[in-house]
Design a protein around this ligand. Sequence first.
Ligand code: MSP
Length: 646
Amino acid sequence: MSNTFYITTPIYYVNAEPHLGHAYTTIVADVLDRFYKLTGAETFFLTGTDEHGDKIVAAAEKAGQSPEEYVDRISQLFRSLWPKLNIGNDYFVRTTDPQHKETVKYILQRVKENGDIYFSEYEGLYCFGCERFYTERELVEGKCPDHQTEPQPIKEANYFFRMSKYQDWLVDYIHQHPDFIRPKRYRNEVLSFLNEPLEDLCISRPKSRLHWGITLPFDENFVTYVWFDALINYVSALGYPDGGLFKRFWPVAQHIIAKDILKPHGIYWPCMLKSAGIEPYQHLNVHGYWNVDEGKMSKSLGNVVRPLELADVYGLDAFRYFLLRDMVFGLDSEFNEQALVARINADLANDLGNLVSRSLTMIQKYFKGVLPDPGVPEGTDEAVKDQALALIDQYESLMKELGFHKALMAVWELIGGLNKYIDTMAPWVLAKSDRERLATVMHHIFEGLRTISVLIWPFMPESAEKIQQQLGLARKGSEIQLNDLRRWGEERPVRPIIKAPALFPRIESKKPEGFPGGKGLAKEGRGTGETGKKGAEKKMDRISLEDFQKLDLRVAVIKEAEPIPGSKKLIKLTVDAGDERTVVAGLKGHYSEQDLMGKQVLLLANLEPVKLMGVESRGMVLAAEDDTGIHLIVPDRETVPGSSVK
Ligand code: MSP
């Protein structure tokens, strides 16, 4: 079979604006689409909007617009959001598209010709929120489990789809294809629904009650039930029945949904496909819910998290990374802004950001940005290579099983491995003693970074491409595939290796006011420290300007940074502050010696000299401390050492 991949998201209702939940599903689809591109597959990625039915008419009325105007407006909100989140869907389907309507009619006709649609009077309990009939058994304490309202008894003549006919076939099919619905918990859930007799599905609504839908091809007094209409988007967008896209991509179709719409996708849809003579999809991938404040997001609770606002505040790639790293696919997650900040600072600013910045600085400094040859690798170098090559296979199988958080953890093991390799190899020492070993080590670091840049691309496309640009690679994004990575050392930079500004600046814990998410950190003031240390109310004795002028504050540049034997906190710095002097600073654990070299800092130069751990300290380097660590205060621009601070 040709190497193809087809991924879909649910088509979202246009009765609400896009929120974190919609963004998550669509980002997952984008990550998978990009991953399959890295495997060399030709991919097709579909998303869109679901625009028919009672709910939409009600929302349009509330907005004072006609259904047509309203659906155009909200659909556009979804359509224009996706590129801003770097989502590269190939097509955007709308259920009001003429092509979609034609396909729905075509399938209805086929199913009818197959003897699977009949007309009947039905009296039942109807939930207007869900737009469907409920059986007594499905209700919880007499109420719709989704809307917590009592469904209304209504009597109506309608068309029904003979879904019951396919029950045994579906049970067999799920047993024969253990990965048809995954993860397993949702497969089991579907099988347990199917333990009970399956009822036929009411697939029409009389026009006397609802106009806003697709007219049945065999009775113009009725429109099609929204789910029967909506599910067909997955094939109408491919041009079913005749389109070439359908032939190429349908056999490898994978849907992504959350658990709320498991039943229509796990039961109605395979039965509809079977009846229409279409093969079932390949996989239904079901994820859990993002909850906020331990519950569902809802407009009335005021806790709707808007994806664009988050991406604007924290950076798009950091936001995408967090969603995929924090949620175990299949399980629920609690959205928490504090966890987002912690991840950005630890995983992105510290681990990955530092690795990239120190590596590029060293290649630039020691080899003028030109990648050295690998020379003769030793055991420690081979170990880095082996770890990177093993990671590619592990990553590939984890991604295929939707283990996104595990795939990222595995990549971060390599990032940790490389940081450790640098610390152990101490290239800054080799630079003085062994240029050949230095070349081998820097070569391995380069290759490790190249591997990482490709593996993080599906999650953080922009940052990955920036790294690839800084590494001087000729290709970027999906142009470098997993198989290219397996050829270790084959791809050399075509431009000098450059160091650019930090990829992921640390986020300070003070949050912008009015952050979305209801009870966000900003509003509660969490994370701003209990002591009021950083607050405006900090109580301190006032000093006069005259006193302040007694301080000899200067810009200094760090020439050397060395550990002080036996000290857990202190680092000995040799600085140029207009004069050369040693200063002892408690920066260990917050900065590596290597990171400190060449940094400009602020120095309190006329502090009484002291001896710390046997080293004379003439001055104090200024730093700020918050609950994420110690941060040096540095001049905004390169400044002549010794310049005074006023
Ligand atoms: N229109 C139907 C789907 C038809 S598909 C043929 C629909 N639309 S929806 O707008 O309600 O979208 C539901 C989907 O949005 C979920 O299945 C999930 O993909 C996403 N999410 C909405 N809220 C969510 C969370 N709180 N958490 C995670 N995803 C959620 O149902």
